[in-house]
Write a protein that binds this ligand. Structure first.
Ligand SMILES: *Cc1c(COP(=O)(O)O)cnc(C)c1O
Length: 430
């Protein structure tokens, strides 16, 4: 037995006394699944270990920032060496230059890269560049996509039709989202000539995983090109998760600007916007659009990101996709045969889970499936089996190369037993 003062609940109790809700980012608090979060002490590969010494098979993986698993030996070694050289200078460094070159090499259409410290900044800046380039104000986004927490992008549509955004949180003014238009995912908008840009997650991964309909991304590109609006791919999740070159190379569609984050920091705070030379050179000091950052292009983060990318060759994605397919099939058949409706959407190595009878193609459908309470049940039953999914129904499941076939088999087995308990509980209610 763990001494009380060393337990997860004792630590979380302390956390709530010095941090709002006990966390540094909301979903970590377990509010939507109930109970107390486990407090992570360390992680290795596919596993995390909490302060009570319990080990969990981890599908959170920092919401996709990790694709090799925790504390990869090569990444640890490279960053340790980099640490000893000094951590931040306020001057250009080698690692950021090499990382920029690597991104340019991998992503067709990208000429230049500007590093920032979070995905939020990357999208915020991409929108600024788009507005500067087009001399227009309006921004089109899709309901259920997440583009970070900058004011202008915290907009919600509400109904199923194209609407002007309403603030999606208290503290954002109606004025801040006045130029943000919110549409349902997978609908092709008629874009007016006053639209600066369309921002989209090429695979939506923040409302569960929702796939773009066949041809949809291409029609977005065509609609944009028709009126001179820019297309921005928010690849903070899909970038270097779907393929060597991310979603644009996976789908064979080039946007005007890209946003990257998560994987490219190798577990450190690093993100980027990237794109064509003529657009990117609008950024100061090359051009008139101001943007800056004290820790931008941080050498430790860039070293880690570079080390990770080094390992992501074509074979890596073939192998990870195989694992994802194995997990998808196992979950769908295991849970399905217990009479629980389930769907496991998959794009390459990226997976989600919906407890639903019908395919989910937009936010309204995602919400219908997520609000049934089934995910909460499933999450808690799996956690008892020491399999950790994200503590919220709107997140993806993140596989890494360190998840073994044995880990996947164990996950399927645990899901099967969880589904049988869910079916049993349901039968009792009747
Ligand atoms: C996580 C995420 C962001 C925000 O990135 P942060 O580093 O958390 O600011 C933006 N867009 C997408 C698609 C994301 O998944």
């Amino acid at each position: 037995m763990v001494e009380d003062r060393f337990s997860n609940s004792a630590w979380f109790e302390r956390a709530t006394k010095s941090m709002p809700g006990g966390v540094s980012s909301p979903v970590r608090s377990f509010r939507s699944v109930g109970g107390t979060p486990y407090i992570v002490e360390h992680g290795k590969g596919a596993y995390v270990y909490d302060v009570e010494g319990k080990r969990y098979l981890d599908y959170v993986q920092s919401y996709g920032a990790s694709i090799l698993g925790h504390a990869d030996d090569d990444v640890v070694r490279a960053t340790q060496e980099a640490l000893a050289l000094g951590t931040t200078f306020g001057a250009p460094t080698k690692p950021e230059i090499e990382l920029a070159e690597e991104i340019v090499k991998r992503v067709k259409g990208v000429d230049l890269v500007r590093f920032v410290s979070s995905g939020t900044e990357a999208v915020m800046t991409a929108v600024r560049v788009a507005r500067a380039a087009t001399h227009r104000k309006k921004v089109v986004v899709f309901e259920g996509c997440y583009h970070g927490h900058s004011d202008g992008l915290l907009a919600t549509g509400g109904s199923g039709i194209a609407t002007f955004g309403m603030p999606s949180t208290l503290g954002v003014t109606p004025e801040a989202v006045k130029e943000t238009l919110v549409l349902p995912y997978n609908t092709v908008p008629t874009i007016d000539a006053d639209v600066a840009c369309v921002v989209v997650e090429p695979v939506a991964a923040n409302m569960g995983v929702v796939l773009p309909n066949d041809g949809w991304l291409m029609s977005l590109k065509k609609s944009c090109d028709l009126v001179g609006a820019l297309l921005i791919f928010d690849e903070v999740i899909t970038g270097f998760r779907l393929s060597r070159g991310g979603a644009s190379s996976y789908f064979g569609i080039q946007p005007d600007l890209w946003c990257f984050g998560k994987i490219i920091g190798g577990g450190f705070p690093l993100a980027a916007l990237a794109g064509r030379k003529d657009l990117m050179e609008l950024l100061a000091p090359a051009g008139p659009v101001y943007q800056a950052g004290t820790l931008s292009g941080n050498p430790i983060a860039a070293t880690a990101g570079l080390k990770v990318l080094e390992k992501l060759d074509d074979k890596f994605y073939v192998d990870l996709t195989k694992k994802a397919s194995l997990l998808k099939e196992g979950l769908e058949s295991g849970i399905g045969q217990r009479g629980i409706a389930v769907r496991v959407p998959q794009v390459g190595p990226l997976l989600g889970i919906f407890f639903s009878d019908t395919p989910v193609t937009n936010f309204i459908q995602a919400k219908e499936s997520c609000d049934t309470g089934r995910y909460k049940q499933f999450f808690n039953l799996l956690l008892k089996e020491k399999v950790a999914l994200a503590p919220g129904p709107y997140e993806a499941m993140f596989l890494t190369s360190s998840h073994s076939d044995h880990d996947i088999a164990k996950t399927i087995e645990s899901a099967d037993s969880a589904a049988s308990k869910m079916a049993h509980l349901e039968a009792k209610q009747w």
